[in-house]
Write a protein that binds this ligand. Sequence first.
Ligand SMILES: Cc1ncc(COP(=O)(O)O)c(C=O)c1O
Length: 216
Amino acid sequence: MLCLENTQNRCSGAVMTPEETKAVCDVAHDAGVPVHLDGARIFNASVSLEVPVIELTRDVDTMSFCLSKALSCPVGSVLVGTKEFITEAARWRKMVGGGMRQAGILAAAGLVALDTMVDRLAEDHQNARRLAQGLANIDGLTLDADSIQTNIVIFAVEAEVGTAPNFIKAMGEAGVQVSYPGERSVRMVTHRHISSEDVEETLSRTSSVVRELRAA
Ligand SMILES: Cc1ncc(COP(=O)(O)O)c(C=O)c1O
């Protein structure tokens, strides 16, 4: 099996276009290999590219997407495939103890997410771009702000600022939660609860933290 991811978490939320998806699927299918799409953030890709989700999924055999994350649902992911595949997946889910009774109340929140949370993702993308531009202007941090396509901003902490874990600790003390995918890299994510004012506040606090760390 070949597994694709759209958007790509560790590549700053980069999107795969319908053409790229099809090209990879064609090669896999010619070799008799099925393709699964990890579409945890597929709606971000769809909104960013301004193409319907079906354009990004029609060439894959199976896919999953998250109702939480960008769509802001309290919990939930959805597996998508043929009826036969889903029947088999449900059997496996039960075998490994993943069955859930009375899950309808959670599914209801998922329907609200799908109906009301997709279009507003453009706002998260705009906030992420503004965040990236601001971070790129802080001496001691490195990123290519123009490369940000969705809601994930990954940037590098330069040696004079210290290691990413130290930077993250200082940011936490300043009230900004960030995570780190690597020794030098840091990840920030925008979502429904992060407003444009929050972005400005984050930039201001980040700038102070970096200044203090560089002076230390
Ligand atoms: C790209 C990606 N795929 C899949 C998952 C798993 O999602 P879930 O825990 O809802 O199954 C995550 C999140 O943790 C993710 O970031």
